[in-house]
Design a protein around this ligand. Structure first.
Ligand SMILES: *[C@@H]1O[C@H](CO)[C@@H](O)[C@H](O)[C@H]1NC(C)=O
Ligand SMILES: *[C@@H]1O[C@H](CO)[C@@H](O)[C@H](O)[C@H]1NC(C)=O
Ligand SMILES: *[C@@H]1O[C@H](CO)[C@@H](O)[C@H](O)[C@H]1NC(C)=O
Ligand SMILES: *[C@@H]1O[C@H](CO)[C@@H](O)[C@H](O)[C@H]1NC(C)=O
Ligand SMILES: *[C@@H]1O[C@H](CO)[C@@H](O)[C@H](O)[C@H]1NC(C)=O
Ligand SMILES: *[C@@H]1O[C@H](CO)[C@@H](O)[C@H](O)[C@H]1NC(C)=O
Ligand SMILES: *[C@@H]1O[C@H](CO)[C@@H](O)[C@H](O)[C@H]1NC(C)=O
Ligand SMILES: *[C@@H]1O[C@H](CO)[C@@H](O)[C@H](O)[C@H]1NC(C)=O
Length: 351
């Protein structure tokens, strides 16, 4: 049944029941009806235009009530926590019916508190039971929604009923968020509250499939610089290398004698996973190639320099010769050697 209708029927019932007293009770309550959150303050005024009353006041399980001489009474509470309180404004009259009263339409609600129930210590392959519910809710005009975005799960239930679900835990679920949303529908507004937890699924180590079975290790380099054993696990696994049941430090520099069967062991509180690798040691040709190349390069450079120096020196000699020729030229002006000088000049032009 619709909640509004229900409230209305209740009000009608009360009005009929209180009819005789309420009929002639000429009081005004402002505000006439109140929807208030539990814990909030309330202040209501009751007044009358009648002159023949003796007292005006409030009949309420929660004080205080402030009386006012001018035909008014104020009911004021700083922190209203009582639910379904019967609050009435009354008049005491000097003539029959001597007494009359009028009920305040008061509705106290509390915000829906989402409660997420999930067992702790979830292990891979466990059946995880999740409950999203509202506790101590009034009114129960609520919708609960259980969401696990990572699993595309979106389930809901109405009228304060809990949402219950379960799933089989997988390691991929570790770190997923589980959200419990509660929505309270009131005629005046809708309130939403959320609560969430992060799934912590523990699982034994899983060694990365990228670890090669037959790795080639170059002598002279450390094990860790050439081979990485990575493992996924919750809690984070501890990784060690073994050879002949003896621990091998990852920083160990590999040499010719270190060839053989190694084992990567990943371990956490939930288990131990092993993977064997047969390490083959190879020569490191690269430094040799690099070294030889460097020697050849230096040799070539030296040769180039030598050739250059020889060539340069040769040309310089030629120049001197030309200057000599100039001197000879001047001498030529004196009339020595004749046309033969031009043939000697040829090297200067080609320079
Ligand atoms: C209102 O009263 C309740 C209990 O009566 C108390 O827990 C709460 O702290 C109070 N709130 C305020 C704002 O005083
Ligand atoms: C007025 O009525 C209330 C009950 O509603 C009663 O408790 C109170 O004694 C009455 N006061 C007088 C002066 O009659
Ligand atoms: C979980 O179940 C799968 C089969 O469904 C099985 O292969 C796997 O070993 C189980 N894991 C653990 C840690 O028990
Ligand atoms: C979850 O509920 C099922 C029954 O519905 C039960 O068998 C199982 O043990 C529960 N899982 C946990 C981890 O409590
Ligand atoms: C969950 O489904 C409801 C409809 O059933 C939809 O209104 C809501 O937006 C969905 N929530 C999310 C987070 O997908
Ligand atoms: C209860 O919720 C429905 C919507 O689901 C709304 O129409 C109705 O007014 C609500 N009733 C009250 C008393 O808040
Ligand atoms: C609750 O979560 C919804 C989305 O799922 C968000 O829109 C809303 O703001 C959240 N409310 C609170 C109180 O955190
Ligand atoms: C998850 O649970 C394990 C124990 O099973 C614990 O060691 C680890 O710290 C938890 N992780 C987080 C993020 O809470």
């Amino acid at each position: 049944m619709d909640f509004k209708v229900w409230i209305h029927r209740l009000v009608v019932l009360f009005t009929l029941w209180d009819g005789r007293v309420e009929a002639g009770c000429d009081v005004a309550i402002t505000p006439a009806s109140i929807i208030v959150k539990s814990g909030d303050p309330v202040r209501v005024t009751c007044s009358t235009n009648r002159k023949d009353f003796k007292t005006i006041g409030w009949n309420a399980p929660v004080s205080p009530v402030m009386k006012d001489k001018g035909g008014k009474a104020i009911w004021s509470v700083d922190n209203l926590t009582i639910r379904d309180a019967e609050v009435r404004c009354f008049l005491n009259l000097s003539a029959p019916p001597y007494h009359c009263e009028k009920k305040l339409h008061l509705f106290v609600y509390n915000l829906p508190e989402p409660t997420l129930e999930l067992e702790s210590g979830i292990h891979v392959n466990d059946t995880v039971n999740v409950t999203c519910s509202v506790k101590g809710q009034h009114p129960t005009n609520t919708t609960q929604r259980l969401l696990i975005p990572g699993l595309k799960l979106n389930l809901s239930s109405v009228n304060g009923k809990p949402v219950i679900s379960n799933f089989k835990a997988r390691k991929e679920h570790n770190g997923l968020k589980v959200i419990c949303e509660t929505h309270l529908h009131l005629p005046t507004a809708t309130y939403q509250r959320n609560s969430s937890v992060t799934l912590n699924v523990s699982f034994p180590p899983v060694i990365s499939p990228r670890l090669p079975v037959n790795p080639l290790i170059t002598a002279g380099w450390s094990l860790e610089s050439q081979l990485t054993c990575a493992a996924d696990g919750n809690p984070r696994p501890n990784i060690r290398w073994f050879k002949d049941d003896k621990v091998v430090e990852p920083s160990k520099v590999m040499d010719w004698g270190d060839e053989g069967l190694y084992e990567c062991v990943a371990e956490n509180t939930h288990g131990r996973t092993r993977r064997s690798v047969a390490i083959v040691i190879t020569h490191d040709y690269l430094p040799r190639i690099a070294g030889t190349s460097a020697v050849i390069l230096v040799f070539v450079l030296i040769m180039v320099i030598i050739f250059y120096v020889i060539y340069y020196t040769k040309n310089k000699t030629g120049q001197y010769r030309i200057e000599d020729r100039k001197i000879m030229f001047t001498k030529q002006g004196v009339g020595l050697n004749g046309g033969t000088d031009h043939i000697v000049f040829t090297p200067l032009i080609t320079l």
